[in-house]
Design a binder for this molecule. Structure first.
Ligand code: SF4
Length: 303
């Protein structure tokens, strides 16, 4: 049994069986990359905009869904799926177009809902209306890349929005009855244990359903790579990262599901540092061992 409330457990409760997410790409840019309102590309983002399967990102949506569904059926013996619109900023597209994508995804027999990844400052009223309608007939979850609620860290990451904007987006999405997931980055420069505890405590006060943890790792051709080469940024070692995850989970409400404990760099040739980010299972196991050593479970230190 995992020492935290995993997203697979959450899905099993909700759908009564194993459900896998299929990560698809329909967007190919975002406001930061286009430099709108003086924005800059986020310091950690490479040219693929976080796409899980960049090799198929230009395929038709239906082709992507069918191919990935078959792959995940074989790999994980799953029969039900959520289509996850993951890469870049998936709501940075006309609402009508998004509606067509959602409908196309939902036509697949074994798709039980959709998950949309986006940023807090790309949510229009038209989009909220669309989400509200879709969520009345299927499962819908929106995952926001809020990264942190610390405005100094947001500034460093060049996200182009502040924590107030994230709070507003969470409030708006949850008010229409849609599940909210938040993506966090640990390992910002100057980050302390107090920051980690605060992040968990803020999460506990918000109307959210899950969180996903990422370590700030360095990919080639990113601003972060320049900072690293100039000696201005150093990523966390695995032990320190594991300690931060443990601390975060001990202060996180056991009602909030956890999607994963750390980012993995699947494109090994593009990873600059840290080396441990290459290994998903090893990293995961290291964190779990740390938690086990200290008798840690999610919510252990909840006040
Ligand atoms: S992380 Fe997202 S918002 Fe930032 S530059 Fe990459 S695709 Fe754009």
């Amino acid at each position: 049994m995992k020492p935290y409330y995993s997203i697979s457990e959450f899905y099993k409760k909700k759908f009564g069986e194993k459900v896998q997410k299929i990560s698809v790409s329909v967007a190919d840019t975002c406001p930061n990359r286009l430099g709108l309102k003086g924005m800059q590309t986020c310091v950690f983002c490479d040219v693929w905009g976080s796409a899980a399967y960049p090799e198929i990102r230009d395929d038709e949506l239906n082709t992507q869904i069918t191919a990935l569904m078959e792959h995940l059926r074989r790999k994980y013996h799953a029969n039900k799926f959520l289509v996850y619109f993951q890469s870049y900023t998936n709501t940075f597209v006309a609402v009508k177009k998004l509606e067509a994508y959602y409908e196309a995804a939902l036509e697949h027999k074994d798709v039980v809902g959709i998950v949309v990844g986006t940023r807090p400052d790309c949510i229009s009223q038209g989009l909220l209306d669309l989400w509200s309608n879709i969520s009345k007939r299927t499962y819908l979850s929106v995952e926001l890349g809020v990264q942190t609620f610390n405005d100094i860290f947001l500034d460093f990451l060049k996200r182009g929005h502040d924590s107030r904007c994230s709070m507003d987006a969470i409030e708006k999405i949850s008010s229409i009855g849609v599940d909210v997931g938040l993506h966090y980055i640990l390992g910002n420069p100057g980050e302390t244990d107090k920051d980690i505890v605060e992040l968990a405590q803020i999460s506990n006060r918000l109307p959210i359903h899950n969180v996903k943890l990422h370590n700030l790792h360095i990919l080639k051709n990113t601003t972060l790579e320049k900072y690293y080469l100039d000696g201005k940024f150093q990523p966390l070692d695995l032990n320190t990262y594991a300690e931060r995850v443990r601390l975060f989970l001990e202060h996180l409400s056991p009602q909030i599901a956890v999607q994963r404990l750390g980012a993995v760099s699947s494109r090994w040739d593009e990873l600059v540092a840290p080396e441990w980010t290459r290994y998903k299972m090893k990293t995961n196991q290291f964190i779990l061992d740390k938690m086990s050593e200290k008798g840690s479970v999610q919510g252990k230190l909840l006040l």
